[in-house]
Design a protein around this ligand. Structure first.
Ligand code: BDR
Ligand code: CA
Length: 324
């Protein structure tokens, strides 16, 4: 039996790889992709979602655009990491369709309301769409089957010492989401940094025909080398500044893999609170694992890296075979 998901994302190199995994995995029914401003602006995250979905044979999956800016703050992007287009050096054929009419928030609410207990919501970008959907329809928190994010960290950050990009970009939205009364399954940076596309992994991707040659490898090539900054350069305190050069981590893929292979991650109940005002810590996910707390999150604390790549590469291999 497959798991139905909606993927709320900001493609974004690793978001693109997450879309490819979701489209290719036989245990996932990708019911929709919703987009949000994050790594690049909303126009580009939406165009990228459409292009990647078409490229990986998911041209029928509805793509719906959402919020173009965080709840209270100006949009802050990560072009220096993901490239001007948001897909690194990957250049895909332009999509032959436009995004659906309507707003991502309405799409999420109506899809989940129509199938209570059946849809897993996966968020791999800033949490603006999810927060507004919860504000509009608080019962969303009860109606989803599961809610998982790539975001936050129980340890270090990447934008700053304290904060991870997806939470830092819209901390007020993250605050709403963590306070919504559901259990957020948080796959944070401290764990996703271990899911690195090593030379051996990239070499396997080279066997995946156009999937490897036109999407996975050119996207990751740019991701691996943040020093190849886009014109305008890197701003201090931007994601990538604290990433070691070399094997790129595929953060967002972790969130989707966790839906179909729960055993790859180890979780610990925690109370997660989002810092919105700290001068040095804005966007920090303050994570308390002490037994006395009332948990609002299941926080990933370990990853089976070998199992992760087995699952990802097996899925990409099958997807690639279908694209030939
Ligand atoms: C997260 O930030 C983005 O740049 C990536 O797409 C990922 O979702 C990692 O901090
Ligand atoms: Ca992302």
């Amino acid at each position: 039996m497959s798991t139905t998901i909606i993927l709320d994302c900001d493609p974004g190199i690793d978001d693109a790889l997450a879309i490819a995994f979701a489209a290719g995995h036989p245990g996932i029914d990708l019911a929709g992709i919703t987009t949000v401003a994050g790594n690049v602006g909303l126009d580009k995250t939406t165009a990228n979602a459409l292009a990647v979905a078409s490229f990986v044979g998911a041209a029928n999956v509805p793509v719906t655009a959402g919020c173009a800016a965080p709840l209270l703050r100006p949009a802050r992007h990560a072009r220096h990491v993901h490239g001007e287009s948001g897909l690194g050096a990957a250049v895909l054929p332009p999509p032959r369709r436009a995004a659906r009419d309507g707003h991502a928030i309405d799409f999420i609410i109506s899809a989940v309301a129509a199938a209570p207990g059946q849809i897993t919501l996966v968020a791999t970008g800033p949490l603006t769409n999810i927060a507004l959907a919860l504000r509009r329809e608080p019962r969303l928190a009860r109606w989803v089957r599961d809610f998982v994010i790539m975001g936050g960290s129980a340890g270090r950050g990447n934008v700053s010492h304290a904060a991870e990009f997806n939470i830092w970009a819209d901390p007020e939205a993250a605050c709403v989401v963590f306070g919504a009364g559901w259990t957020v399954r948080m796959i944070g940076l401290d764990v996703t940094l271990r899911a690195r596309a090593t030379a051996a992994v990239r070499s396997r991707m080279g066997e995946f025909g156009v999937l490897g040659a036109d999407l996975l490898l050119p996207a990751l090539a740019r991701y691996a080398d943040p020093s190849s900054a886009a014109p305008g350069g890197r701003s201090p305190g931007s994601p990538g500044d604290r990433e070691p050069a070399g094997d790129p981590p595929v953060h967002d893929v972790c969130a989707v893999v966790s839906v179909v292979s729960p055993g790859i991650f180890t979780y610990t109940p925690a109370s997660v609170q989002v810092e919105t005002t700290g001068r040095l810590t804005s966007g920090m996910t303050v994570t308390d694992f002490s037994p006395a707390i009332i948990p609002n999150a299941a926080v990933a604390t370990d990853i089976d890296v070998t199992g992760f790549w087995d699952e990802v590469l097996r899925t990409y291999a099958a997807l690639a075979a279908g694209l030939r």
